[in-house]
Design a binder for this molecule. Structure first.
Ligand SMILES: Cc1cc2nc3c(=O)[nH]c(=O)nc-3n(C[C@H](O)[C@H](O)[C@H](O)COP(=O)(O)OP(=O)(O)OC[C@H]3O[C@@H](n4cnc5c(N)ncnc54)[C@H](O)[C@@H]3O)c2cc1C
Length: 253
């Protein structure tokens, strides 16, 4: 590029232009980061988020992907907290139920819910009927759980059925943070093998972080070939598969 013309420009103008460019750059970074940190949730008012994808994971479980206002937006949900979703049951009555997204604020532009739909469930009806292009009313963040990276040496988690979603969210946040050395031990109980939610995602985490993440599945009605636990979660199972109690150990269920 021919820069000779710069020598003919008044240096004061050049400095002025340079200052303006830097100022615009800083302004843009500030605007972007403040927008990013603000998040899209309102704790007082419901906000609508459009369903952009629906993936059926089993006969009664589906993953719902909702778009955020822009591809760089974050939901703004602290780790371990949940959102309140508003829908209508089969009678047209309003229903409010809590759900924990399986995505984190490192996932930009969208958030996901994995929902188990019960035949008689009121909010289940709303999700069963929901189609791509429709919006879900969401309020939050909700919940008192707080997690600081490295706050404990090991985390014992005990989950059953759809109770896995908050555990999955916290486990992902810990394991995907290279500065967090916390070990995660999860016992996950279900009735049958088909009931295990997020199995693929959990297996990916376990194979990616073999030294930091251990899962022990317990099934009440196991298949013929099964190397996990059988029946209900017992004291022995907890003693064997969760870290022993200590000041720097946290156990949640
Ligand atoms: C913090 C928090 C986070 C949650 N996150 C998720 C999530 O990410 N994904 C998700 O799918 N759910 C999640 N849940 C559960 C969710 O809030 C609802 O309870 C669930 O979707 C059922 O609501 P419903 O209105 O369809 O059923 P309801 O109308 O409340 O229940 C009707 C019938 O459905 C059956 N049923 C309902 N819930 C259960 C259950 N847990 N086990 C067995 N049978 C049941 C029962 O037969 C019950 O009588 C979460 C709950 C909490 C407290």
């Amino acid at each position: 590029m021919d820069l000779e013309f710069l020598q003919t420009v008044d240096p004061q103008i050049l400095v002025g232009v340079a200052v303006a460019v830097v100022a615009i750059g800083i302004g843009a970074i500030f605007l972007f980061s403040s927008k990013k940190s603000r998040g899209c949730l309102d704790p007082e008012n419901f906000r609508d988020f459009k369903l952009v994808k629906r993936t059926q994971l089993s006969h009664n479980v589906a993953k719902f992907t909702f778009a955020l206002p822009s591809p760089t937006s974050v939901l703004g949900l602290p780790i371990g907290q949940h959102i309140s979703c508003r829908g209508k049951d089969s009678q047209g009555e309003e229903v409010l139920k809590p759900y924990t997204p399986t995505t984190l604020d490192s996932d930009l532009g969208h958030f996901e819910l994995v929902i188990k739909m019960y035949p008689q469930g009121r909010m289940s009806h709303h999700f069963r009927e929901m189609r791509v292009g429709e919006s879900l009313a969401v309020k939050g963040p909700k919940g008192r759980f707080r997690y600081q990276p490295g706050q404990v040496r090991a985390f014992g988690m005990l989950a059953g059925g759809s109770g896995i979603t908050p555990m999955f969210q916290v486990a992902r946040a810990i394991l995907e943070n290279p500065k967090d050395q916390t070990k995660v031990h999860l016992i996950y109980a279900n009735v049958t093998h088909d009931d295990i939610l997020l199995k693929e995602e959990l297996e990916v985490l376990a194979s990616r972080y073999p030294d930091s993440f251990k899962i022990y599945y317990v099934l009440n009605q196991p298949p013929e070939v099964w190397n996990g636990g059988v029946g209900f979660v017992s004291k022995e199972i907890i003693q064997t598969h969760l870290p022993a109690p200590a000041a720097d150990i946290q156990v949640d269920s």
